[in-house]
Structure formats: structure tokens, C-alpha cells
Design a protein around this ligand. Sequence first.
Ligand code: NAP
Length: 538
Amino acid sequence: MKSKTDHEVIVVGAGVSGIYQIKLLTDLGFDAIVLEGDSDLGGTWYRNRYPGCRFDSESYTYGYSFSKEVLEEWHWKERFSPQPETLRYLNFVVEKFSLRSYMRFNARVKSMRWIEDLRHWCLNLDNGDVVTTRFVISGMGVLSAPTLPKYDGMNEFVGPSFHTYYWPKEPVELEGKRVAVIGTGATGIQVISAIADKVGSLTVFQRRPNWTTPLNNSLISEEEMAVIKARYDEIFANCSESPNGFEHRPDRRGFWNLTKEERTKLWNELYKTSGFAISAANFPEIFFEEEANKEMSDFIAERIRERVKDSRVAEKLIPKDHGFATQRLPLETNYFEVYNRDNVSLVDASEEPIERITAKGIQTCDSHYDFDLIIYATGFDAITGAYEKVDVQGVDEMSLKRKWEDQPNTYFGLSTSDFPNMFMIAGPQGIAGSTNFPRAIEVGVEWITDLLVFARDKGYTRLDVQSEGEKEWHEKIVVAHERLLSRNSKGWFTGYNSNVEGREEGKVRYHAYFGGVPSYRKSIRQAATEGYKFFDMS
Ligand code: NAP
């Protein structure tokens, strides 16, 4: 074991959060590097190369806010940027500030151990390297541990098959192919819409439908971009004041103060507006009151019935087990029209479960379907999954996986007790999973950086949050969670994932803080001005 500490700070992950974190640390003179498991930067936007992959956030609210020069120089081409453009954007930022020289690629962290005597972390990489650091900051992301179903025969299929997260870099032959997509979350909805007119035939295996509404994407002209650039200060101020980090503001006229016609008028307008306006600029009551939510759900169900010609298929695409926007709302582009095509069919995998994958395709309880390509759009072990893939051992060899087995517990999603000097930019119980991601991570990165500067100024080399801090934060998480109708939903917000043991229905894991960005920011800033109470520092 090395007694010298190699670095002051190691950031794990060169995605959106890792890039901003290394920028701030190196600006402040910290000896810091980034370790990235993939062969290049970008994280989520490096990995998810499936057709149709793009933001659900307005591009100009998703970009970093920290650099006037970047804001001035970068021209977003589409209101909701597609993956290749977003990856180019991240590369642009990294090149502009010469951050690549701090990044080590193909350097996946396999395990991390806290060495008390030396007050440092010892990281083992899967390339065999061992590296030590005083502080470690996770930028591992919230949706970076993809999960596959556990069907027998998955290795027997002779054609290509992969999870959307691992969509190959090389072009995938779609023309004339018989393609299966399993899963209809945000990813499935995007990929299905993008490939339906490019494949020979498309069969969608849907276990539960999701509510989904139009993205209404469009190109951004030079003139529009000039207006956006002139408005950036206002845009970011709006985002920082809104609960979800978007410009949209909730309609607070009072659901029950209006007539049904007045409510429907707003919903008709929102259905034609772009992005998350349909939820974020809606009446807040739809998230808290069953009756209000039911009326909104009925409105959207009617839109689905209008758009899908076969009424039997339309009914299958309308969720019956959860209300509108009580799970993460996917946004779509011509999704429902896909089911009017002759080459597309829908298999209701709740009525006709998949039994196994065969060499030639998919066997359900009723039929065998032949395919050339199987696409698994089956989601992620969200929020905590990335941490479980690394063997993290804190004080007295305590395992992080074991600590969070039943329930993650953290202080603001930024640190967790008995894991000294370890910080998480988008950790469990923060806001990154439930809001416009960059707006949330900027808050976290800046807070962590300020704390490290505070420690450096005071000469502290060991920072550990007390479990009392976690308990206090947990109470706030539960209060925010219990108010929402989403508390009963089966989406990843509540920790559900049928492909991960122990994440079954009805067992809520408090994965995210749903109290909104302004309230979160207030809480963490207050903790900082109070001298980081709840932290033991020495
Ligand atoms: P997801 O929302 O968890 O959806 C996974 C889908 O796979 C669900 O339809 C699920 O059905 C199905 N599934 C899982 N296991 C299955 C099995 N064994 N058999 C049959 N079906 C199975 O995952 P996702 O679509 O990848 O989206 C995850 C998150 O990524 C999103 O919520 C969003 O936050 C983010 N995302 C964002 C964007 C964007 O910004 N535009 C795009 C894509 C993804 P059940 O519902 O029955 O479990």
C-alpha cells in the first residue's frame, strides 16, 4: 500500500457533472484528475447512441451556465438537442478549457477503500492501476447502470441484441430487418419513434404503457439563437427559481377555482407547447390530488384515442395503473402515429408474457416471433446502481452497498456518513434525478468545491458527515415524497426495477428529493453558512 497520496482530488466520471467539477477544481489550483471508465468523455451522452436519443430539456436550459464565453460561442441547433450534438457540445467545452489533459480514459474504478491511517482513498482500477487520493468525488451519474431482463436464452439469439445504453458506435443495419423493442419508457419511446420507418417490421413488447406527450421539437435559427443568447441571464434566473430547473412556471390560478372548460383550454395549449411545459406549467394540484390528476389523465387519454386509429391498440397504450406524470414523463415525437403503420405491431407483454429468448427470436406464452435484431430498452438500476458496481469500503471496511441495501441515506445526496472525504455530485436523495440535470449538478458541484476550499483553508484533511445530518435530511425527503401521488407509482423515482433483486413493487426507496430546486439550494446554502454543521472535520 502506498503511503504517499497521489492526488488531492479524484473525480470519477467525465460526464456533465465530472466536466464541471474538474473545471472548478483546477481553476482553484487543486491537484485533481478525472477517471473515466469509457474510452472518451461524455458519460450518458457518450453511451446512449440509439436513434432518437435527445434531451427532454430545452437545449439552452441544459447547457452549462458558468461561462459567458461558452454561452456566446455555442449555437444550439435544435430546441431539444440530439445526442450527437450534445456530445459535440461537451467536447467543445472540454477543449475550450483544456480539460482533457486532466482526464484518464479506460480507467474504470473497480473498488475504493478508505485508509484511515493515511486519511486517503485507495482506488483500484480494472486496468490494474492503483491510485490514491485525499478526496474522491463521484460524477457517476444517475442512469449509468443499465439493467437487462433475466430471460432464459438471451445468449442463444443469433442476431445482434443489446441494451440501448450499449448501442454500437458502428452503424446498425436496420433496413428490411425484423426488429423487436422490449420496453416503453422514455428510451423505448424515442427509439421506437425513430426507427419505425427505417426497419422492415417492428414489434414492440410493452409490459406497462407510460403516459407520454409531444416534445414539439424544432430547429433554432440564427435569429432565435441571438435572442436566446441575449436572454441567458434571465433564462438561468428563471430556471433557478422554478421547482424543476426549467423556465416553465406552474399555473397557480387554482385547479378548482376554474371551470373544466378553462382547465381544458390550458391543457390544449400545453399539448402544443414544447417540452415539459405540459407538466411543469400545469396546475400543481394534478401532482397532489387524485381527482385533479384523473381529469388530466382523461384529457391525455383522449389525445391518444384521437391519434391511434385502432381503438383496441389505443386502449393498450393508455396507462391504467398510474396517473399522468406520476412516473417520469417521457416526451415523444410522432410516437402514437407509429402504431398506425402496417409494419408495426404491439405485443401486450402483461397479457402475453415473454417466456424466453430463442436462437431466432422471442417466445411468449402464446407465440414465437422471429427477429433479426432485439433491442432492450429496459432501463437502469437508477440512482444507486452505479455505486453498487463499485466495491466502496469506508470506515472499518463498511460496505456502501450494504449501508444502502435497504434504503440509501445521505446528507443532501452529497455525502454519506462513515465514508469520509467522499462526495457525490448527483448522489441518491439529491435533486439531480428529479430535475433539469445540469441546473441541479451545478448547485452540487459548487457546494462540494466550496467545502473543499473551506477544508483547505482550515487545514482539515478528514471530513465526515454525522448520521444526525442524514436523519434530518431523510425526514425532509419523506415529507416531500409523501405529498406526491407519485409515491405510489412503480417508476425508478421510487426505486422500482423488476430486473434488480429487492426492488420490487411496493417497497419504496427514497431515491430523490422532490422538494424542488429552490428549497434544496436554500437548505444546502444554509448548511454552508452555518459552517457545515453536521460535519466532523479535523
Ligand atoms: P424506464 O423508464 O425504466 O423504462 C424501462 C422499460 O422497460 C419499461 O417500459 C419497463 O416496463 C420495461 N421493462 C423492464 N424490464 C422488462 C422486462 N423484464 N420485460 C418487459 N419489459 C421490461 O427506462 P428508460 O426508458 O431507459 O428511461 C430511464 C430514464 O432515463 C428516464 O426516465 C429518463 O429520466 C432518462 N431518459 C431521458 C431521456 C431524455 O431526456 N430525453 C431519454 C431517455 C431516457 P415496466 O414499466 O413494466 O417495468
